[in-house]
Structures are given as C-alpha cells and as structure tokens.
Design a protein around this ligand. Structure first.
Ligand code: TYD
Length: 394
C-alpha cells in the first residue's frame, strides 16, 4: 500500500459537541492505495462505536435529495420483480418513507445510531437498531419474507470488514434480490478536487475495478452501474447473485482510468486549494469583513481544520439541522448556528460547505446575494458567487 494523500491528525468530522461534552479526539487522516486492485483506503480505522453511537448526520431534506430519491427509486423499481425493500443504514427512515409511499409493498430499516432509529420509528418506519451483520441480517430475514431490493446508500465505504458485510448480504439476498450499493465515486471525487469527502467515516474510496475484485470472492456479480450527481458524483453498484456481468459493465470497468499519478496530482491540487481558500478567508477577515460558513457538513470539518481556522476568521457556520445547532465544528471553537439567522446576521462572505447543494443554497439566500453578499464555493476551485448568479439558478 502506498500513501497517496494525507491531512495529518484530524478530528472526527461529525463529532459536533457542546462545550461540556467529551470530544472523541483526533486520528490520522491518510489514504493508502493498493497498486494491485486500485483500492484506496484509510490507513487507520476509528472504532465504529466511537463514530456512530450518536450520529449527527441526518439525511438531507433538500430538494436535490428528494429528486435523487425519486430518480433512484424509478431506476431500481424497473429492474425488480418484488418490491419488499430493506435499507441498510436507513438513517432517519426518510428514503424508506418515500418509497413506501411510491410502490414498495413493505419496508424495513437497519440503523445503528439509536437517535436516528428512534426518529425513524416516530415516522412509522420499522427499524432494527443495530449495525449490519449476521445478527441483524438474520433478524431482517425473519421479519421480511419478500426481499426484492436491498439498498445500502453511502454505507459501504463506512464498512471495515467487507467479507463480513458480503456474507451478511448473502444471507439476506435471494437469487431474485437486487442489491443497490450507493457510494461516492472516486473518479468524480478526484476530478472535482473534493478531498473534503475524505474523513474517518469513509474508509474506502471506491473504483469499479476495486469493487469488482472484491465481488469475485463472493456469489454476487455486477449487473449495472448507475451514476447520479448527488454528493458531488455517486455511483449505484447494482449487484445480484448467480448472474454474469454484462459486457457493457465489463467495458466500464476496463475504461476506468485511475492510478497513483491521478492520486498524486489530486493531492497536490488539494494542498493548493487549502492554501488558496485559507488565504482568501484570512485576507477578508483581516480587512474587517464578516466571513461565515454555510452548511455544517462533515466536509466543512475537513476544510476548516485543514485550513486551521478559528472563530476569529470564520465567525460561525449556519446550518438547517437542529441536531447540530449550538455545537462546535469538531476540532475548533467555531459554533454552528440556526440557518434562520443568516439573513439577519448579513455576513459579507459565506463559504459554501454544502457545495453539493449549491443551487438550492443560492436560491434560498437570493435576497442576501442581491443585497451584496457573496458565497465562496470551495470546489473544484474557490470562486465567488454574487447577485449575478441568482438569476441563473432560480
Ligand atoms: P451533506 O452534504 O448532506 O453531508 P456531509 O455531512 O456528508 O458532508 O451536508 C450538508 C449540510 O448542509 C447539512 O448539515 C445540511 C446543511 N444544509 C443547510 O444548512 N442548508 C441548506 O439549504 C442545505 C441544502 C443544506
């Protein structure tokens, strides 16, 4: 394994705490690349019980996410003959709620974070509160007779023991079951310079080549690869037992072009971006401008810590998620505050850490932009967005 990217010691990206909470601490954040199969993965694994016991990430309620749910469900629904659906890592049950209203005959979630499983239960989504493994797979199989589709959205790259995961999937999936694994696509991450998706929860950065190498040690084969713009570029790996991979998918795997050089260039570009945005924010702040963040995403933790900012330079980060309000961006003294106060606060510049929902944030804050405010969108390279961008996005 060769080291291809490093941000040194970093806090856990979703460890949002109030003053008196005990912090989870810091761990090295570095990516290693396997030259043989092309898999990129972190050098250390933070224990899942530390990362996920109480989890602040709540599935986005944005319009873009709703559109993604609809598109994904339409694409997968067409492929399946049975519509009993299990979701691994079902978060607050939002996706299952959507599909239950749109054709799924029965739904069941599996979610380790007790705070989120409780929200799902209130929303009427039956949820097994556990990590996915042989135990929860057995329980899910007992509850759900008809298992047409299994979703695992943005879960697989959080998993350390893949063989354990695949064995549990094998237990749960029949020959007819379609398994849909959604992950950020490493090729898109590299292309868009989104190094901010590298944090301790994301243990691997998946290419088709690496995933296919894994599948050959299981009864599953790739049936289709779907691509979506969500989270800056995601793929849904549709797998099934007892099939052979169609030639067009084999071609997709063969034409994927990613090597050590691509990672090295990405690492150099990321270093440049961190310096560029950090300098920009420091200059604005020292000129007396009020600079804040917009969207307390995990990505914001990565950026802010990589730039080494404090509250002096970046006053606060606005966010719509109640669970994050009045907590601190991990590793910093920068508070997260209610998005509702943004317009009243009227900052000069807001760094858009929810850049994957940029269009929506621009529309939402159109009045502020028209009044002279500016967003700074950090990727693929920092750029200013002012009033002239509103007409284009609304
Ligand atoms: P997200 O990109 O969903 O995830 P991650 O944490 O994996 O990087 O995070 C986006 C954050 O931005 C989330 O905390 C919600 C917030 N947000 C707003 O505050 N306002 C908005 O209009 C949108 C779209 C998101």
């Amino acid at each position: 394994m060769e080291k291809v990217f490093s941000l040194g010691l970093q806090p856990l990206a979703n460890d949002f705490c109030v003053e008196e909470d005990e912090r989870a601490g810091f761990a090295p954040l570095e990516v290693l690349l396997c030259p043989r199969c092309g898999l990129a993965q972190l050098s250390v694994v933070v224990r899942p019980d530390v990362l996920y016991r109480s989890y602040s990430y709540v599935t986005s309620k944005s319009v873009m996410m709703k559109e993604h749910f609809a598109r994904l469900w339409r694409d997968v629904f067409e492929m399946s003959t049975h519509n009993g659906v299990i979701e691994i890592g079902s978060n607050d049950g939002d996706f299952l709620k959507f599909i239950a209203q749109n054709g799924a005959t029965s739904v069941l979630g599996i979610e380790p974070a007790s705070n989120l499983a409780a929200i799902a239960a209130v929303n009427g989504i039956q949820t097994i509160n556990a990590f996915f493994g042989l135990g929860s797979a057995t329980e899910a199989a007992r509850i759900m007779n008809e298992r047409g589709i299994i979703f695992a959205r943005h879960v697989f790259c959080h998993v350390d023991n893949w063989m354990d995961f695949m064995k549990s999937l094998d237990l749960l999936a029949g020959q007819e079951t379609i398994v849909c694994i959604e992950v950020p696509y490493v090729v898109d991450q590299i292309k868009t310079n989104s190094f901010d998706q590298i944090y301790h929860e994301h243990l691997s950065y998946l290419s088709l080549r690496a995933f296919n190498a894994l599948l050959h040690r299981t009864p599953f084969r790739l049936r289709k690869v779907l691509r979506y713009p969500i989270h800056g570029g995601a793929i849904v790996l549709v797998i099934q037992k007892g099939i052979s991979t169609p030639p067009e998918v084999e071609d997709q795997i063969k034409t994927e072009n990613l090597d050590r050089g691509s990672w090295q260039n990405f690492s150099d570009r990321s270093e440049g971006l961190i310096k560029c945005l950090g300098d920009m924010i420091r200059q604005f702040a020292s000129a007396g401008r009020r600079v804040v963040g917009y969207g307390a995403s995990a990505k914001s933790t990565v950026w802010i810590n990589a730039m080494g900012l404090t509250r002096k330079e970046l006053g606060c980060v606005y966010d719509c998620t109640q669970q994050k309000w009045y907590k601190f961006i991990p590793g910093t003294d920068i508070p997260v505050v209610h998005e509702g106060g943004f317009y009243v606060d009227n900052p000069d510049y807001a760094v858009m850490f929810a850049w994957n929902f940029a269009g929506e944030c621009i529309s939402k804050q159109a009045k502020w932009l028209k009044g002279g405010g500016h967003f700074i969108v950090p990727v693929p390279a920092p750029r200013l967005i002012g009033a002239d961008s509103v007409a284009a996005t609304v």
